[in-house]
Ligand binder design. Structure first.
Ligand code: PGA
Length: 268
């Protein structure tokens, strides 16, 4: 089994730093002694905990296998932007990955493809790795067209090399656990969507598809996100096209997240 990536998107949780520390201590106790080179873990806490979480990762043995990620970035590095956090600031805190285009930002906060594209460029400009979320809002007869347009607009103006530096998370909006009636996608249909995304990248950017898994060509690694939990993580990661998972709700439930990690460890 190839290297697997787990990105924990804590969203606006937990409520306080003490709880964040508890989650990390709990995971550290389990993972700390293991030297699992094939497991790559990214914690994306809210901005207010980034610095502390970064310090904890550095001083605990989690630092060997976990990196720091942010959930958002300002489009701009220098100009005045009230309330925003720039790529320069994130980089100085030791952030290595930044989520852009998350569906909650696209659909609840009105972020356009154009804004996501600017944020994506801000991440790359500051030498961090973008975790770019794409996914249809509803699985209707137009979803493939929607996905193609969203991918083309999200990555517009990037070079093939830049795209190779990204992680792409396919997250169908209807599958995100906080949505009413959310249900996880099936691994088969997630793979179908990932293939559509790959096709457009290959066609528009002439990326190579050497062979599976994706990162053996110059295609980026692909993650699946949307109601991932300990009951379904194995089936998603059993697919060659899926290199990892983006976990939301289950990543702040420490027992559940530990179960996910232990299942993934048995797979690699
Ligand atoms: P979920 O969230 O795992 O709670 O569905 C995933 C995400 O929003 O990134």
């Amino acid at each position: 089994m190839e290297k697997k990536f787990i990105v924990a998107n804590w969203k606006n949780h937990p409520d306080n730093l003490a709880e964040a520390e508890q989650i990390l201590d709990f995971i550290n106790e389990y993972l700390g002694q293991r030297n699992e080179k094939e497991l790559s873990l990214v914690f994306c806490p809210p901005f207010v905990f980034l610095e502390e979480v970064g310090k904890i990762l550095q001083i605990s043995s989690l630092g060997n296998k976990a990196e720091l990620g942010a959930q958002d970035i300002s489009t701009d590095d220098f100009s005045a932007m009230t309330g925003e956090v720039s790529g320069l600031m994130l980089k100085k805190l030791g952030v290595k990955y930044v989520i852009v285009g998350h569906s909650e930002r696209r659909w609840k906060l009105g972020e356009s493809n154009e804004t996501v594209n600017k944020k994506l460029k801000a991440v790359l400009r500051n030498d961090m790795m973008p975790v770019v979320c794409v996914g249809e809002r509803t699985r209707d007869e137009n979803y493939k067209e929607f996905l193609k347009e969203q991918v083309a607009a999200t990555f517009a103006g990037l070079s093939a090399d830049d795209i190779g530096k990204c992680f792409i998370a396919y997250e169908p909006v209807w599958a995100i656990s906080t949505n009413p009636d959310a249900r996880p996608d099936t691994p088969e249909s997630a793979v179908e969507s990932i293939k559509i995304i790959k096709e457009i990248l290959i066609r528009n950017w002439k990326l190579e598809i050497a062979c599976l898994p994706a990162r053996q060509g110059n295609l980026p690694p692909f993650l699946y996100g949307g109601s991932v939990n300990s009951a379904n993580v194995r089936s998603f990661l059993a697919e060659n096209e899926i290199d990892g998972v983006l976990v939301g709700g289950a990543s702040i439930n420490k027992e559940e997240f530990l179960k996910i990690l232990s299942i993934v460890q048995k797979l690699i």
